[in-house]
Write a protein that binds this ligand. Structure first.
Ligand SMILES: *[C@@H]1O[C@H](CO)[C@@H](O)[C@H](O)[C@H]1NC(C)=O
Ligand SMILES: *[C@@H]1O[C@H](CO)[C@@H](O)[C@H](O)[C@H]1NC(C)=O
Ligand SMILES: *[C@@H]1O[C@H](CO)[C@@H](O)[C@H](O)[C@H]1NC(C)=O
Ligand SMILES: *[C@@H]1O[C@H](CO)[C@@H](O)[C@H](O)[C@H]1NC(C)=O
Length: 553
């Protein structure tokens, strides 16, 4: 393949793919422009939406260029030979013209089909020609009578989902549009208020921004004007400083990070889409999905690894995508046997971003615990108390490592842990959790969705986060373990939580939970952050308790 058409042609050739994006906007991708081949554009193996049967290419040449057009399809059972409305051989038109390629599925099987369109171009009947390869992928589905997918039907979960181009139903579209409009209005009002406030607080802000920038570190989100405004509003100098080195006060203002910045953060771990194969959907929310995926080794294509692949659907907003990428980086670069950080990302143009984490075959801890609860009804020995304490120790170990590294998790909960068949537990980031576990997050009057029932009082009231507030969340996680995934404070209104905690109320001791263990939880919920145990102490005391349990068996 030649590098530049310029070497051979002194003619102007333009070949572009013209496509209509979901939103109705027209878009064009140039493959050849002013004789220059865009290898970047050609390198895409673009995914054709399942419901799209026609691709339109625009082309023209200023002088005589001959072409030969051919197709290859890797699965004729799933797809017919592509049809075009131009001849297989001829001259590139001198005027801007369109040709159409038809990619029709046979409807006989479910399969992802690879399509190669090859265009050989020759100028002035010379011997030299340029080969252009256009690669496409399309998900073909077996045609059945419209099967309604029910969440409980195991068989339907085996169908291969199109991760990116599943068509949103009209009702969800309407829902998203209305939510979007509401958010825009709220956001606008918030901006106006913030601007007004900033005007009156400029001075305080100036003093404050210095401390804000000096206290933020690699993993924290960049501070924004909103942050400083909040900081000015809440006199944090009055709060007691714990023995943890830093008490960082941050706001999760992800709107301050653009999608481009979020993508830049994962550029160094970006891999090609070709290396990932998606299998079953493990978890699905309104805009996010977690797949069981296969990751092909970079050097040896025969070597494969299983993986979790987090991605978003078509209707996900830019903020949601940005949030997934940003939150996925929370544990990046940390190495501990009880942590599961992001390993790769896929941020190719024209594809929804994907985040890749190592696989843990029993999946999400919260879902696993709930499963245990169902099984427990028939088989009380399904999972022992000792196993649960062992899981808690592992979580405390991972958190202890985070505290030593001065990393604040801010959203520790069973839903943000994963487990495998050896009962090894790993803490992971909270990317997509808001979408996958919407009942665990609440908005308290503002636009921010918080894990209210897992938050320490100082985090709820003053937006203060520290390793001590992570200890609080650990106490709640321990409670989740002992109750096999119940929701804490289930009958307390999220708006009442702060008042309820201030009054000294906490979650009740679960049935069958030994007093010693409940005492550990209760310590984690001390009002004063300094009175809460450190993770290292929690590891120690849980280990002793675990040993004692073993001695009784
Ligand atoms: C064909 O390509 C060769 C190099 O591969 C070059 O030397 C030659 O000039 C080209 N011929 C024409 C007609 O462009
Ligand atoms: C284009 O050229 C290549 C290389 O000679 C050849 O293998 C292929 O069959 C040609 N394709 C078409 C569509 O003629
Ligand atoms: C091929 O189809 C497209 C779209 O239907 C049309 O715009 C174009 O003129 C057709 N080209 C030819 C050569 O018939
Ligand atoms: C579901 O799958 C099982 C085997 O896994 C099969 O026996 C059963 O017939 C399937 N049911 C449907 C509705 O396809």
């Amino acid at each position: 393949m030649c590098l530049s058409l310029h070497q051979y042609y002194t003619v102007l050739i333009i070949i572009a793919l013209h496509y209509v994006v979901k939103s109705g906007l027209d878009a064009e991708l140039y493959y050849v422009r002013n004789d220059l081949i865009s290898h970047y554009a050609l390198s895409f193996n673009l995914l054709v939406p399942s419901e799209t049967n026609f691709l339109h290419f625009t082309w023209h040449a200023k002088s005589k260029v001959e072409y030969k057009l051919g197709f290859q399809v890797d699965n004729f059972v799933a797809m017919d030979m592509p049809q075009v409305n131009i001849s297989a051989q001829g001259e590139v038109p001198r005027t801007l013209s369109v040709f159409r390629v038809e990619l029709s599925c046979t409807g006989k099987v479910d399969s992802e089909v690879m399509i190669l369109m090859q265009l050989n171009l020759t100028v002035n009947s010379s011997k030299n020609f340029t080969v252009l390869n256009f690669k496409r992928r399309k998900m073909c589905y077996k045609k059945l009578e419209e099967v309604k997918t029910s969440a409980l039907d195991k068989n339907t979960s085996r169908t291969i989902y199109d991760p990116v181009h599943a068509a949103p139903t009209t009702s969800t579209r309407v829902f998203y549009i209305s939510v979007g409009v509401c958010c825009a209005v709220i956001f606008l009002v918030a901006i106006i208020l913030a601007v007004l406030h900033l005007h009156s607080m400029k001075r305080i802000e100036l003093d404050d921004s210095i401390s804000a920038s000096s206290s933020s570190q690699g993993l924290s989100q960049p501070s924004t004007q909103t942050t400083q405004y909040l900081r000015a509003d809440t006199p944090n100098n009055a709060t007691p400083i714990t023995s943890y080195p830093t008490l960082r006060i941050e706001k999760n203002d992800l709107r301050s990070v653009t999608l481009l910045e979020a993508k830049a953060k994962v550029k160094d771990i970006a891999i090609s889409r070709e290396r990932i194969t998606l299998k079953d959907v493990l978890q699905e929310g309104t805009f996010g999905r977690i797949f069981h995926g296969i990751l092909v080794d970079e050097k040896d294509p025969n070597k494969e690894k299983q993986a979790f692949v987090k991605t978003v659907k078509d209707q996900a907003s830019e903020i949601q995508v940005t949030m997934m990428l940003t939150e996925s980086c929370k544990l990046r670069g940390l190495h501990h046997r009880n942590l599961l950080p992001i390993t790769h990302a896929c941020i190719e143009e024209g594809e929804k971003p994907m985040v890749i984490l190592p696989y843990m075959n029993w999946g999400n801890l919260k879902l696993f615990l709930r499963q245990c609860k169902l099984v427990e009804a028939n088989n009380p020995q399904a999972i022992s108390q000792q196993d649960l304490v062992h899981m808690a120790i592992q979580i405390a170990c991972g958190m202890s490592y985070l505290a030593r590294r001065e990393v604040i998790h801010k959203d520790l909960a069973a839903r943000n842990c994963v487990i495998d068949d050896t009962l090894q537990v790993k803490i992971t980031d909270n990317a997509l959790s808001r979408d996958l576990f919407p009942m665990d997050y609440h908005c308290l009057g503002d636009n921010e969705n918080r894990p209210v029932r897992w938050m320490a009082l100082e985090s709820l009231v003053n937006n203060e986060f520290s390793s001590a507030s992570d200890v609080w969340a650990f106490g709640v996680t321990l409670w989740e373990l002992m109750t096999l995934g119940q929701t804490p404070y289930v009958d307390i209104d999220p708006f009442e939580m702060a008042a309820y905690l201030k009054d000294g109320y906490r979650i009740a001791q679960p049935i069958n939970c030994p007093d010693e263990l409940f005492a550990v939880m209760a310590c984690c919920w001390a009002l004063d952050p300094e009175e809460r145990p450190k993770f290292q102490q929690l590891v120690q005391c849980l280990t002793e308790f675990h040993a004692a349990l073993g001695a009784y068996v």
